[in-house]
Design a protein around this ligand. Sequence first.
Ligand SMILES: Cc1cc2nc3c(=O)[nH]c(=O)nc-3n(C[C@H](O)[C@H](O)[C@H](O)COP(=O)(O)OP(=O)(O)OC[C@H]3O[C@@H](n4cnc5c(N)ncnc54)[C@H](O)[C@@H]3O)c2cc1C
Length: 452
Amino acid sequence: MQQASTPSQPESCDVLVIGGGPAGSTVAALLATQGRRVVLLEKAQHPRFHIGESLLPANVELFDRLGVREQVERIGMPKFGIEFISPDHDHQTYLEFAEGWNKSLSYAWQVRRSELDELLFRHAAARGASTLENCRVRDVGFDADGATVQAELAGADGSKTARQWRARFVIDASGRDTLLANKLRIKDKNPNHNSSALFGHFRNAQRLEGKKEGNISISWFEHGWFWFIPLADGTTSIGAVCWPYYLKSRDKPLREFFFDTIALCPGLAARLKEATLVDDAVHATGNYSYIARHCSGERYLMLGDAYTFIDPMFSTGVYLAMHSAFKGAEVVAACLDQPAAAAAQARAQFERTMRKGPSVYSWIIFRVTNPTIRDMFMHPKNVFRVKEALMSMLAGDIFGKTPIWGALRMFKAIYYMVSLGHLRRSFAGWQRHRVNIRDVGPLRGETITEQK
Ligand SMILES: Cc1cc2nc3c(=O)[nH]c(=O)nc-3n(C[C@H](O)[C@H](O)[C@H](O)COP(=O)(O)OP(=O)(O)OC[C@H]3O[C@@H](n4cnc5c(N)ncnc54)[C@H](O)[C@@H]3O)c2cc1C
């Protein structure tokens, strides 16, 4: 590997954004539209692979506001709801977003992330952001006037060029690389949750029919749950989110282990009977939930996964990342244009908003192994409008004015009452959760791809 050359004079900008995923590209587009000098640096070259293909209805409005809705529609597979399949029940449940409180949030899309992320990245450039790919940020140093950002630009010939920027403000949207949270040593692993994932793409998977074809299917199995995400080009993304002890038990090549895992979920295995793995590629990723102790400073913000990561069961990642970008763009404007008191207020509000999404979804995620929650998903009833509230929550409708909160409290109250009524079962579920999330140390092959 060649050494990076000595950095030249720093270039200057108003805002430097680290990472061209959904959060970084969205905030860069919004800030460039405000007329700011924005630099967006991405370590990879788009289109690049990324997992996280299922979107939420609330995302549609954000695409609209960003001006890319039609482009996303062109690459997306319409998704109107969710199918839940449990090994403890002999039926499937189909929940539609149109059953939510706000009937207008009725659909979303499943997308190939390489396509979505490239589209958003190019859109940021079209809005006036200066974008650079193959450019990895190595370090950020803050002082009273701003920040110095050190990066390394990789050339097609393997050369490395050191680059430097002076920025008035820095946004960390580096995803699960969590550049700033690592540097500031403020990243905490979530003690209540712990999982890892195995995934691949299949041709010829047996999909649902008609309007349900694009639905995501969630199948629980002994060691976690599977997603089944039909994409517009006919392939289907299949992934197992499993407890780390299970991934740790792997004693064979990833591909074999993945197929053995699929066999543990007979309903899914049947849908994949005629299917073939695309490119023979299977990926594995350590997927520990984490949160940084804060997500803003006088000269920086953290957005999306750079701040926190929760289990992907409810497909919230891209929406929360883009929502954080919309809120973040307002905070940057306050920090750069307004007196210190107003900026501090904007940041405090931002911190509260950033904690809200993960905490709303985590309540259920932490309880998914509990038989009571599974029963409630498999036999959904709309008493006190709890089903409508739940569907609105699953559509991502948690930041607006839809009045779901009373009904969601009722959902929790019902959960606690049913759990009390089945004390032995509830205690066993709680015990299983403690065992499942136990720390098993680093996973062999964290974020790896095996291909024949
Ligand atoms: C197994 C799994 C399944 C998931 N399924 C879903 C799903 O179905 N639906 C959903 O909405 N979400 C899902 N997610 C979550 C989703 O992938 C993320 O929440 C989402 O991608 C976050 O967007 P982001 O912009 O914050 O980060 P990312 O999309 O990760 O983007 C970060 C970008 O920063 C770049 N970068 C990193 N470090 C640097 C650096 N030093 N310099 C320059 N660039 C850098 C990276 O290359 C990357 O392009 C899933 C996640 C996992 C792990």
